[in-house]
Ligand binder design. Structure first.
Ligand code: CMP
Length: 385
C-alpha cells in the first residue's frame, strides 16, 4: 500500500513549501507532509536532500489551512504553500480546494459582517479579501461583457459610486456553492425561490443585488487577477480622522471575523479593509513600541504572525470628521479579555477574545496614532505582504 493511501490511520498529504530567510535572502524549498490521523507534520529539505523536521504532532495546523497560496507558521518559520507535493495530494485535494471570485457590492457593505459569517458558516475559506474603490474605467473593465445591455449604465454607476469588497474564496465546489448561497440574480425572484439566500436577505433589486459571483472557472481566474494582481489596487482608505483595527489571526481562524465586523458596523464605518499577513520580522516591527515594556511581546509577535488577519480603517459613523481613536478603544474594551469579561462584558474583547494575547482585536491606543497606524498598514509593503 502506498504511504499516503487513505486507510484507518488517515492519510498523508504532501506539499511543496518555500521559506524566505530574510537574514541571508535565500529561499528554501521543503517537502511538507501532513498526517491527518494525529495532525502531525514532517519536513524534508529539497536542496540538501535530508530530513529537516522529524514527524511531530502539530495540532495548530489543520488540513483546511493547507491549500496553494496559503501561508502557515511552523515554529518560527512562515511557509508559503506553492504546490501539491505528490499526485495523491493533487488528486484528493484539488477538487476540495476550488477557488472562485466573490464581490460584495456597495449596496451591501453595511451587511458585510453577516455575509462573511455566511461564507465561513458554509465551509468556504477566504483566501484573499480587499475593499476597493473602483473608478468608472475599472468598473467598465470588470463588467465589459454587459456593455450595451439596458442595465449597463446603472450597474457601472452602482459599482463605481461606493466601495466593494472583493474576495477569493476556496473550498469544495466553491464556484457553484457561492452562486447557490447568492440565489437568483433578481432579488425579487430570490425572495420567492430562495428566501434564505444572500440576495433575498440583503439585495434591493436586480442591479443592487448585494453580491457578485463568477459564472465560470475562466472568469473566476480573470476576476481574481483583476482584484488581486496588485497589492494596492483600488485603495479605498481615506487616512483622515480614522483609527486602525486588526482582527487577529486566532479570531479569523476560528471563524469569528464576520461576527466581529458585524458588531463594528453597528457603530462605525469601515472605509478600508484587507486580509493580509505578517512575517515574524514585520510583526515585531509593528509591535516594536511594546518591546521591553510589555512582558507578552514575544507571544504577541508570534500570534500576529501565526496566520491571516484583517486590517480595517475605522471611522466614526455619527461624526466622520472627529478622531475616533478613544471611542473605538472603549468599544473594544480592556486589553485582557479575562478582565474585559469581568468589567465590560459587552465589549468586543470580552465577547470574542480568549486572554491577553488572543484578545480578538488590536486597536490604536493613542489618539495621535490613528492616522499613522492606518497609513502604515495600508501603504507599507512590508516583508510577507
Ligand atoms: P452580477 O452577478 O454582478 O453580474 C452582472 C450584474 O448585472 C448582475 O449581478 C446584476 O447586478 C446586473 N444585472 C443582470 N441582469 C440584470 C437585469 N435584467 N436587470 C438589471 N440588472 C441586471
Amino acid at each position: 500500500m502506498a504511504l499516503n493511501d487513505i486507510n484507518n490511520d488517515g492519510a498523508r498529504y504532501a506539499f511543496i513549501c518555500t521559506w524566505h530567510d530574510p537574514m541571508t535572502d535565500i529561499t528554501w524549498r521543503y517537502q511538507f507532509m501532513y498526517h491527518t490521523n494525529d495532525q502531525s507534520i514532517e519536513m524534508y529539505d529539497i536542496k540538501n536532500q535530508k530530513t529537516f523536521l522529524k514527524r511531530v504532532a502539530y495540532p495548530a495546523i489543520t488540513l483546511e489551512q493547507l491549500y496553494i497560496g496559503s501561508t502557515i507558521l511552523v515554529y518560527t518559520r512562515q511557509l508559503l504553500i506553492e504546490d501539491y507535493g505528490d499526485e495523491f495530494t493533487r488528486k484528493h485535494l484539488r477538487g476540495l480546494q476550488e477557488t472562485t471570485c466573490a464581490m460584495i457590492k456597495p449596496d451591501a457593505i453595511c451587511n458585510a459582517g453577516k455575509i462573511l459569517e455566511c461564507i465561513t458558516r458554509n465551509g468556504l475559506l477566504i483566501k484573499h479579501m480587499r475593499m476597493c474603490q473602483l473608478s468608472r474605467k475599472q468598473a467598465e473593465e470588470f463588467y465589459n461583457v454587459h456593455q450595451g445591455k439596458p442595465f449597463y449604465e446603472s450597474l457601472i454607476q452602482l459599482i463605481s459610486n461606493g466601495p466593494v469588497i472583493a474576495m477569493e474564496l476556496v473550498g469544495e465546489n466553491a464556484l457553484c456553492r457561492w452562486r447557490l448561497l447568492l440565489g437568483p440574480t433578481s432579488t425579487e425572484v430570490a425572495r420567492i425561490k430562495a428566501p434564505s439566500s444572500i440576495r433575498a436577505q440583503f439585495g434591493t433589486d436586480t442591479t443592487m443585488n448585494a453580491c457578485h459571483g463568477s459564472d465560470s472557472h475562466e472568469n473566476a481566474r480573470i476576476e481574481t487577477l483583476f482584484f488581486f494582481r496588485c497589492w494596492n489596487m483600488g485603495m479605498s482608505a481615506r487616512f483622515r480622522n480614522c483609527t486602525l483595527c486588526i482582527i487577529r489571526p486566532h479570531a479569523v481562524m476560528s471563524g469569528c471575523a464576520g461576527a466581529i465586523l458585524d458588531r463594528i458596523l453597528c457603530q462605525f464605518d469601515v472605509t478600508a479593509m484587507e486580509l493580509t499577513q505578517f512575517s515574524r520580522h514585520a510583526a515585531a516591527d509593528f509591535l516594536a513600541v511594546y518591546q521591553g515594556i510589555c512582558p507578552d511581546f514575544c507571544s504577541m509577535t508570534h500570534e500576529l504572525a501565526s496566520g491571516d488577519f484583517i486590517i480595517l480603517e475605522i471611522v466614526d459613523k455619527e461624526n466622520p470628521c472627529s478622531n475616533p481613536v478613544n471611542k473605538f478603544r472603549e468599544f473594544c474594551g480592556p486589553a485582557d479579555s479575562c478582565i474585559a469579561r469581568a468589567l465590560r462584558p459587552r465589549s468586543l474583547r470580552a465577547e470574542f477574545g480568549i486572554n491577553k494575547v488572543k484578545n480578538a482585536v488590536h486597536c490604536t491606543d493613542i489618539p495621535d496614532d490613528g492616522e499613522l497606524e492606518v497609513g502604515y498598514m495600508f501603504t507599507h509593503q512590508w516583508e510577507g505582504r
